[in-house]
Design a protein around this ligand. Structure first.
Ligand code: ATP
Ligand code: MG
Length: 325
């Protein structure tokens, strides 16, 4: 929630001001940690809270490769909510925060994955009652005649109440200018943010440049989205780590030669496709294809018998048919 989260090159002066709209709810107080629950007379500086609610979220975050800025942001939000709870109990004013966010990054950089984790964190901390994620794009919001768009958009906001409304490629709403129904969707969203202040969190996602342009062309918008998060492209090493962890999750493992081949291929692909390279999603597709190839190979290879456990787990260089992924 500070300069770290902003797009590179964006100065602090350009940051949207914080705005109050999500009120930390007290009706469903988050279970506070042991340390926080102790009487106020206890001295400061002893055991740290156990980060009860955060442990589960942390586990999910730890499975993600890289994304350090996001991991820090999650802890900042958690800390803020936790301390607000303590302040409330101590009879102090509790701050109010806006949690609407902009996620900027290329395809497959983890935006949807992180949005799901954010939804869970907010639900566990009592900010959102349900913690579900409604993921939409322009076509879901924009209608075909006057009034249709407002209706479609309002319906989706209603579905998102208690959770997160995540709009992918949000900049496309502004693409058609004043006369486009996209503008009606934006206006309806802005109104919904007022009407249902603390009942849902809106996340707008899209490519860096386009999201910057989108926010600039709508002067009322930046201040409504105080949390802006960058999702950088993954390095080759990070993509390989993602591949290895995806394989492990599915009880597979790559032979070293297969990893070397994948590395080389990713280097080439990243250079060739620049902005269209789909990072983690590309890797996932490669893995799923390799798993299918391995299955076919094993069936051909073991016509009379069954492969052993190790063989069932192993993805070999010949299973990576990278030209077809
Ligand atoms: N840091 C990461 N660690 C492990 N896996 C990741 C990471 N980032 C993305 N992935 C995986 O890559 C795939 C794509 O991620 P995700 O759908 O979250 O990206 P996205 O930014 O929403 O993409 P798009 O813009 O195309 O919608 C998922 O299978 C996800 O699990
Ligand atoms: Mg996505």
């Amino acid at each position: 929630m500070d300069g770290r989260m902003l797009a590179s090159g964006q100065s602090n002066a350009a940051r949207p001001s914080r705005q109050i709209s999500v009120i930390l709810r007290n009706q469903e107080p988050p279970t506070i940690s042991q340390a926080a629950a102790e009487p106020a007379a206890q001295p400061f500086g002893k055991t740290l809270p156990q980060h009860g609610h955060f442990a589960e979220i942390q586990k999910e975050l730890e499975q993600l490769i890289g994304l350090d800025n996001i991991k820090e942001l999650m802890f900042e939000i958690y800390a803020l909510l936790q301390v607000s709870q303590m302040r409330n109990e101590a009879g102090l004013q509790t701050g109010t925060q806006v949690y609407h966010m902009v996620f900027k990054g290329n395809p497959g950089t983890g935006k949807t994955t992180v949005a799901r984790i954010v939804a869970k964190l907010f639900q566990q901390m009592g900010v959102l009652s349900k913690g579900h994620l409604i993921e939409v794009e322009r076509a879901d919001l924009v209608g075909e005649y006057i009034g249709h768009t407002a209706h479609k958009t309002r319906d989706l906001v209603k579905k998102a109440l208690g959770g997160i409304l995540f709009i992918d490629e949000a900049y496309s709403l502004a693409r058609g200018g004043e006369k486009d129904f996209g503008k009606e969707a934006i206006d309806t969203l802005v109104k919904a943010m007022e009407d249902y202040k603390n009942q849902f969190v809106l996340i707008l996602a899209g490519y860096n440049d386009e999201m910057d342009f989108f926010l600039q062309t709508n002067p009322g918008l930046p201040s409504r989205f105080p949390i802006q998060v960058d999702f950088p492209d993954y390095s080759i090493d990070q993509l390989i780590q993602i591949a290895e962890s995806m394989a492990k999750e599915r009880d597979y493992m790559f032979m070293p030669q297969a990893i070397a081949k994948l590395k080389q291929h990713l280097q080439q692909e990243k250079t060739d496709s620049l902005h269209s390279f789909s990072n983690g999603r590309y890797v996932r597709n490669v893995i799923e294809k390799s798993i299918r190839n391995q299955a076919v190979r094993l069936l051909h290879q073991y016509q009379q018998s069954s492969p052993g456990k190790l063989e069932l787990m192993t993805l070999k260089i010949e299973d990576l048919r990278l030209d077809q992924s």
